[in-house]
Ligand binder design. Structure first.
Ligand SMILES: Cc1ncc(COP(=O)(O)O)c(C=O)c1O
Length: 399
């Protein structure tokens, strides 16, 4: 089943680099204390990124020619890439506005699939734990492997947040999204026998050194960027951006395979030793507390703005958020302004096409904003002030 991809190409826009890193930097969130594991070592394998851990989970589940993956219609393309790289089919299942799967639609998709469905990817978007009991029971009834996507949750060998990683036969996470490591993708298998023969290749020494250099340059970049986050200059900078007509991005639909972010040469490579050392020394309490505080500040600051609203205004107890998801109106103009200001934003604007209304709506309207532990007060205040400034030109809110 060929997939079309909706591609948002901002090359012509000339956006500057974000003034603040989207992921943590320095050694914030690291302690000299070493924490114990939540499961014996035989359950875990380490890869360069979550996408390569997903590849192993998909492969073991039987994804390949003649075996399909059910994946969420709103996604990062790296969630689908490994299935496409294995030569499997991808069927996109619709999500409700709160990003939970629509079980009735899943049933229909599996029933009508021209090829047997072998695996289902279920995602805890933004780190919000989702109850996947019913989904796990449905998968078990149909002989489908449940792969629990904890890429947005703080899952390491040492830590698993409440309500996360409970149901998947495989659990996959991306520790580099929570801690300042240069790489890292974790695969947990409930049944150790399934991964007994998987031995990711140790990285070369030059890759370790490159990883350490990368960490140092990211930390230096954040220190330099702090000086550019001057709230007193926002008005003038914004006025200049709004007055200058900017070239538009190209928004197109094409039949694309794997994204450029999936590198077959990285398959089967282990995470760097540096990353693994850092992940064993996570200051879990600090990471959790700082991220929750920052998320709450974002939510309070954006709740009453006329052009946007937090997708999840409340954080469930114990949840350690990955990013702060914010829905905006009139993204055609506002996204451009915010990007030209150097606001750090991720957005899944290039996704495989489906008829899921949530995915189509969120593709351009949902911004992912950083709430990580390395942000300081000045950076957070600057970002909040910039978001507030984009209220300019608000007429009638349609959200
Ligand atoms: C929800 C989700 N799952 C999986 C992945 C793949 O993880 P990684 O970036 O570690 O390869 C991503 C990528 O950002 C993601 O956002």
């Amino acid at each position: 089943v060929p997939l079309d991809t909706l591609i948002f190409d901002p090359a012509a826009c000339g956006f500057p680099r974000p003034r603040i890193p989207l992921l943590p930097t320095g050694l914030d969130g690291i302690t000299l204390r070493k924490a114990g594991r939540w499961a014996p070592a035989g359950h875990f394998r380490h890869f360069a990124r979550g996408r390569y851990a997903l590849r192993e989970a998909y492969r073991l589940a039987g994804i390949g020619p003649g075996g399909a993956l059910l994946a969420p219609a709103y996604h990062c393309r790296t969630m689908l890439d490994p299935a496409l790289a294995l030569g499997g089919d991808v069927l996109l299942y619709p999500l409700r506005p709160d990003l939970t799967p629509d079980l009735a639609a899943l049933e229909a998709l599996a029933e009508n699939s021209p090829v047997p469905v072998r695996a289902l990817l279920a995602t805890h978007f933004f780190g919000i734990p989702r109850p996947f009991e019913a989904l796990a029971a449905w998968c078990a009834r149909r002989g489908i492997t449940l792969v629990e996507d904890c890429s947005h949750a703080f899952v390491t060998e040492q830590h698993r947040p409440t309500g996360i990683g409970m149901h998947g036969q495989f659990v996959v996470s991306s520790p580099y999204k929570f801690l300042p490591g240069p790489d890292g993708g974790l695969l947990y298998a409930r049944d150790t026998a399934q991964i007994a023969d998987i031995h990711p290749a140790a990285p070369a020494l030059k890759d370790e050194l490159r990883g350490i250099a990368h960490m140092r340059s990211k930390a230096a970049e954040q220190r330099r960027g702090r000086a550019a986050c001057d709230p007193a200059r926002i008005d003038a900078e914004f006025a200049a951006i709004m007055q200058t007509p900017a070239p538009s991005a190209r928004d197109m639909r094409e039949s694309a395979g794997c994204s450029a972010d999936y590198r077959p040469t990285e398959e089967g490579r282990s995470a760097l030793r540096t990353s693994r050392w850092l992940y064993r020394h996570a200051d879990i309490e600090r990471v959790a507390r700082r991220r929750r505080e920052n998320y709450r500040r974002w939510a309070a600051a954006t709740m009453n703005l006329p052009y946007c609203r937090p997708l999840f205004p409340e954080l469930p107890a114990g949840c350690i958020p990955y990013m702060f998801p914010l829905l905006i109106d009139q993204p055609e103009t506002r996204f451009q302004w915010l990007k030209h200001m150097g606001l750090p934003i991720w957005r899944w604007d290039s996704i495989a096409a489906s008829n899921c209304p949530t995915a189509l709506d969120y593709r351009l309207r949902l911004l992912h904003l950083p709430c990580h532990q390395s942000l300081d007060d000045r950076e957070l205040e600057w970002m909040i002030a910039v978001i507030g400034k984009a209220s300019a030109g608000t007429t009638q809110s349609s959200s």
